[in-house]
Design a protein around this ligand. Structure first.
Ligand code: SF4
Length: 104
């Protein structure tokens, strides 16, 4: 079998292209913990999602990259249903956690 030669620049230039314009989140406390920050699974119990996201928000509050992450997040149109920069998404039919806790 013959393979055609591909004129791609290589892995490092490709990675640089992909990462261009992304925030420098070095030191991010969420690294390696996506299971807490991810959006709700299709059949995931809402209480489980809330529990995970609260834990994620607490991690964000101690993150050394919080200011950079928040600045980046404010430039995004849609962050989906993930916890980003200490902000949890509004769960369908529920108030955001911060509003719920403020009302006591
Ligand atoms: S603020 Fe939260 S979401 Fe942003 S980098 Fe830190 S831990 Fe991750």
């Amino acid at each position: 079998m013959k393979y055609r030669h591909r004129n791609e620049p290589g892995l490092l230039p490709l990675l640089a292209e992909v990462l261009e314009g992304t925030a420098d989140l070095s030191g991010a406390a969420c690294a390696g913990r996506p299971e807490l920050f991810d959006e709700a699974g299709p059949d995931e119990d809402v209480d489980n999602v809330r529990f995970r996201h609260r834990a994620a928000v607490r991690i964000c509050s101690t993150c050394p990259a919080l200011d950079r992450c928040r600045a980046w997040a404010e430039t995004q149109k849609d962050l989906g249903g993930m916890v980003v920069a200490g902000r949890a998404p509004r769960l369908r039919g529920r108030q955001p956690y911060s509003e719920r806790t403020q009302k006591g």
